[in-house]
Design a protein around this ligand. Structure first.
Ligand code: PLP
Length: 380
């Protein structure tokens, strides 16, 4: 039995949609399927405007442009994240200031943000790790007090909530990913959620190579021209057609992932109670995660490596996660750490993600659980 870490699957009308897009004779961006995806995101998430992008990285780049940063500005963010969270702002000449994470959510520790604020701070980029919400009330209150923008890297967080509101819709701007490793996919893909009307018009322009082509297509101007900086961030209709097929089955996909997550959690609870490993503590009453990642925290780095090797020997793939950005070559060059990032370093050593994807069967999940249990039994 070979169990990959992730396996992308079509769940509905993806292939029929692609054939239909071709029949419609419009394959570049912003056609029928892109509009359908925009409407779905706006209605389902409750955001003012959604714009599909070719990736979450592209959405983050757009968000950084919309923040209107100048060289030397600072953006506070966790170090325990994907490179794109930081890269977007570095490309604007700004400096990432890395703050440690909480031991429970593995998200930025909001209690450490204020100490990282300087006169150059312009924004806070939060990351909802594993689809578990950051302490958004505290983050937004801090941002208001210090007049900062909040960008949510909600790459992993589609349809996860915080106090009944969808992640990605709480900050000024939110960024979603549809990369094949995420819950809902289009191969590569993403979306920028615009929650503050002030950014709506400029976002359209930035996404269309710095032109007002979107206004032209709506008949609001009689020709389009270069009006601002920008690049090409929109996906083709082929990608949007695939995504539309996924979005139609979003509830089914998320429900299945949550069920897998709960199965792992239940299957490993006894082991965790014995102190062998730690399980995610994400079952908060006021936030509903989306089953994006299931991880365990082993006792030590050596135990993580040994457990991963044990699973691999049984053809089951488990994966660690981020090399903290503050200790990466580019992070050291372009960013700085605010204080010691002890939790980040510790979690980076000990975190191991178990296989989770729509098509994994209960029997396969149970086999992984058994293999993890077997590993600790042999060591006891
Ligand atoms: C996946 C991911 C990204 C990048 O998404 P792409 O769509 O691959 O560009 C950014 N940030 C986080 C936290 C992610 O998990």
């Amino acid at each position: 039995m070979k169990i990959p870490f992730n396996r992308p699957t079509a769940v509905g009308a993806e292939l029929d949609n692609i054939a239909d897009a071709l029949a419609r004779g419009h394959l570049s961006g912003d056609g029928h399927y892109t509009r359908r995806c925009h409407q779905w995101l706006e209605r389902r998430l409750g955001c003012k405007h959604a714009l599909l992008t070719h990736s979450c990285t592209g959405a983050l780049d757009m968000a950084a442009i919309l923040c209107d940063l100048v060289p030397g500005d600072e953006v506070i963010m966790p170090s325990y994240t994907f490179v794109s969270t930081a890269n977007a702002f570095v490309l604007r000449g700004a400096m990432p200031v890395f703050v440690d994470i909480r031991t429970d959510t593995l998200n930025i520790d909001e209690r450490l943000i204020e100490a990282a604020i300087t006169p150059r701070t312009r924004a806070i980029a939060v990351v909802h790790y594993a689809g578990v919400a950051c302490e958004m009330d505290a983050v937004m209150a801090l941002a208001r007090r210090h007049n900062l923008l909040v960008v949510e890297d909600a790459a992993q967080a589609l349809l996860a909530t915080y106090k009944n509101r969808n992640l990605g819709t709480l900050g000024h701007l939110g960024c979603i990913s549809f990369h094949e490793t995420k819950n809902l996919i289009s191969g590569e893909g993403g979306a920028l959620l615009i929650n503050d009307e002030r950014y709506a018009e400029r976002a359209e322009i930035v996404r269309e190579k710095g032109t007002n082509r979107s206004r032209f297509l709506r008949g609001e101007v009689d020709k389009y021209t270069w009006v601002d900086i920008g690049s090409s961030y929109l996906p083709s209709e082929l990608v949007a057609a695939f995504l539309d097929g996924q979005l139609a089955h979003a509830d089914q996909v998320i429900a299945r992932r949550r069920a897998i997550w709960r199965r792992y959690h239940a299957g490993l609870t006894e082991l965790a109670a014995s102190g062998a490993l730690e399980l995610p503590r994400a079952a908060y009453l006021d936030r509903v995660p989306n089953g994006h990642i299931f991880y365990v925290l082993t006792g030590t780095l050596a135990a993580r490596l040994a457990l991963a090797a044990h699973l691999k020997a049984q053809d089951m793939l488990s994966v660690s996660h981020y090399v903290p950005l503050h200790s990466s070559p580019a992070g050291r060059k372009w960013g700085r750490a605010s204080g010691e990032l002890k939790v980040t370093d510790d979690v980076s050593d000990r975190l191991l993600r178990l296989p989770i994807y729509f098509g994994i069967t209960d029997a396969q999940v149970d086999a992984v659980i058994d293999a993890v249990r077997g590993f600790y039994k042999a060591r006891a």
